[in-house]
Write a protein that binds this ligand. Structure first.
Ligand SMILES: C[S@@+](CC[C@H](N)C(=O)[O-])C[C@H]1O[C@@H](n2cnc3c(N)ncnc32)[C@H](O)[C@@H]1O
Length: 245
C-alpha cells in the first residue's frame, strides 16, 4: 500500500497557520543609499520549502495545536523566508566597497545556493571562515547534523588595514533561539576588521560599530558580547601594511 503522507505532513494545516509572511510593500526595506561597506555579514532567511524539522530548542508552548507534544519547528514559523531568486535580487552590489568581504551563513543543504548567491552579489567564494559546532545534533537524512557554516567571499582585495589574525574558525557554543547565530562570530569579524565600515544584513540585533539591516532590527544599539566578561587583548590587533591580498 502506498501513501503520500510523510512523517510531518499530518501537521501541515497547523504549519500553514503559523507561516510568517512579510508585510512589506516591496520585497525588501531600502538599503543604505550612500554608504559603502568593506565588510558585509549576512544570515539570509533561506527557504527550505516549508520543511519542518525536529527542534529541541523550541519551547513546549509552541507545540500547542500539534497532536503530540513533540518538538517541531520550521524557519517559516519564525520569520518570512526568501527563495534563492529573491535573495539574488537584493542589490548588495550597491553597498559593497571596491575591496569588500562578504561573510555569509549557510547550512549543509544550502551550500550550493550560497555559492550562487555570493556570485550574484558580485563576490568570489574564498573559504569557510567559521564552523559553528552547535554541540547538539538534529536528525539528518544522511548523518546527524550539528554544524553550520559562515562562508567568506571576496570582491577586490581583502580590506586593509587588518586587525586580529588569530580568530579561530571553529566556534563551539550551544544553540539558543531558532536561527540565532553565536555572537562570537560577529565579534571575531569585528576584531579582524576593526577599522572598516561594516553592515549586518538580515540582522535581529542592532550592534554598536555596525549598521544593521533587516525586518527585525530593534532601535536600541547594544554592545557585541556585552554579556561576556571580555578582557580585550590589545596585542591581537595588528596593523598590516596596505597591499592587495
Ligand atoms: C536567519 S534570520 C537571522 C538571524 C540572526 N542572524 C540572528 O542571529 O538572530 C533571517 C532574518 O531575515 C529577516 N527577513 C526575512 N525576510 C526579509 C526581507 N524581505 N527583508 C529583510 N529581512 C528579512 C527575518 O525577519 C529574520 O530576522
Amino acid at each position: 500500500m502506498s501513501s503520500n503522507i510523510s512523517g510531518y505532513s499530518i501537521y501541515s494545516v497547523e504549519a500553514k497557520k503559523r507561516t510568517k509572511v512579510s508585510t512589506l510593500d516591496g520585497l525588501y526595506p531600502s538599503l543604505p543609499a550612500e554608504k559603502k561597506y568593506e565588510i558585509i555579514y549576512a544570515d539570509p532567511p533561506w527557504d527550505y520549502g516549508g520543511k519542518m524539522q525536529y527542534d529541541k530548542s523550541s519551547i513546549k508552548t509552541e507545540n500547542i495545536g500539534f497532536s503530540k507534544n513533540i518538538f517541531i519547528s520550521a524557519a517559516t514559523f519564525k520569520y518570512p523566508t526568501l527563495k534563492l531568486k529573491e535573495l539574488m535580487s537584493l542589490n548588495v552590489q550597491s553597498i559593497a566597497a571596491n575591496n569588500c568581504l562578504l561573510f555569509m551563513w549557510t547550512t549543509g543543504p544550502q551550500l550550493s545556493n550560497s555559492m550562487k548567491l555570493g556570485s550574484a552579489w558580485g563576490f568570489d567564494y574564498k573559504t569557510v571562515a567559521f564552523v559553528w559546532d552547535k554541540m547538539m545534533h538534529n536528525p539528518g537524512r544522511y548523518t546527524l547534523s550539528q554544524t553550520e557554516f559562515c562562508l567568506v567571499f571576496k570582491k577586490g582585495c581583502i580590506p586593509s588595514p587588518r586587525g586580529a589574525r588569530n580568530i579561530r574558525q571553529l566556534v563551539r557554543t550551544p544553540r539558543s533561539k531558532h536561527s540565532e547565530k553565536p555572537e562570537e562570530v560577529i565579534d571575531g569579524i569585528t576584531k579582524m576588521f576593526p577599522y572598516q565600515n561594516k553592515i549586518e544584513l538580515f540582522a535581529r540585533k542592532n550592534y554598536l560599530g555596525w549598521d544593521n539591516w533587516g525586518l527585525e532590527v530593534p532601535k536600541a544599539k547594544i554592545k557585541i558580547m556585552d554579556h561576556v566578561d571580555c578582557h580585550s587583548n590589545e596585542n591581537s590587533s595588528q596593523m598590516q601594511p596596505l597591499s592587495c591580498e
